[in-house]
Design a protein around this ligand. Structure first.
Ligand SMILES: [Zn+2]
Ligand SMILES: [Zn+2]
Length: 206
């Protein structure tokens, strides 16, 4: 919008025009009503009118330009926003030997996977194991019935006053102690075939 002071009302403009004509033809109108004078008065009137129209035309032109540049700026801004919110496709990596179908699709998680059924990653929220903390008191093999059975009786307290680690894999305990135990931890002693439990006894803290 142009500054307010430039927006003279039509009334004010007309008044200004009238005043210009009066100034330029001061005294002529009423003195000599000769044809020559009348012609001159008319001429001045016309000149002022034309000048006013030119001004109006210029204003309209400026307004048009302003609207156009505003439109262009808006279109540019929209394009920038679209670019900004364009979904970023995540290139997901899978650790060696892990079935991608057991890994939650990172793009699906953020709602931008377009592959649907053809996606090699899982679209099941439950498979998001990385975000869930692994349970230290459950051997992951328990679910498949492949873990060595837990002790049938509550383990006796050891010298440290905690339930003993009898029958618990020492590699597992080491990994837990070092903070290396997680969903992708593999027992160096035969992996899933390890004959010791990969779980802490109930009631024991690390
Ligand atoms: Zn996917
Ligand atoms: Zn083990």
């Amino acid at each position: 919008m142009p500054p307010k002071k430039n927006q003279l009302s039509t009334k004010t403009k007309e008044k200004a025009k009238k005043k210009t004509v009066e100034d330029k033809t001061f005294g002529l109108k009423n003195k000599n009503k000769s044809a020559k004078v009348n012609r001159y008065v008319k001429q001045v009137e016309q000149q002022v009118q034309t000048a006013g129209n030119k001004q109006k035309l210029k204003e309209a032109e400026n307004r048009k330009k302003e609207i156009q540049s505003k439109r262009e700026a808006a279109a540019k801004k929209e394009a920038q926003l679209a670019e900004l919110f364009k979904p970023v496709v995540i290139q997901q990596k899978v650790p060696f030997g892990v079935n991608p179908k057991t890994v939650l699709c990172a793009n699906f998680k953020q709602g931008t996977c377009i592959k649907g059924d053809k996606c090699k990653f899982s679209h099941d929220q439950k498979s998001d194991r990385k975000s869930g903390k692994i349970d230290l008191y459950t051997d992951p093999r328990d679910a498949k019935g492949e873990a060595p059975p837990p002790p049938s009786t509550t383990p006796a307290l050891g010298a440290d006053g905690q339930p003993s680690l009898k029958g618990v894999c020492k590699h597992f305990v080491e990994a837990v102690t070092n903070g290396q135990y997680g969903w992708f931890w593999q027992c160096p002693e035969g992996g899933d075939k390890c004959k010791y439990r990969h779980a802490l006894p109930e009631g024991r803290w690390q």
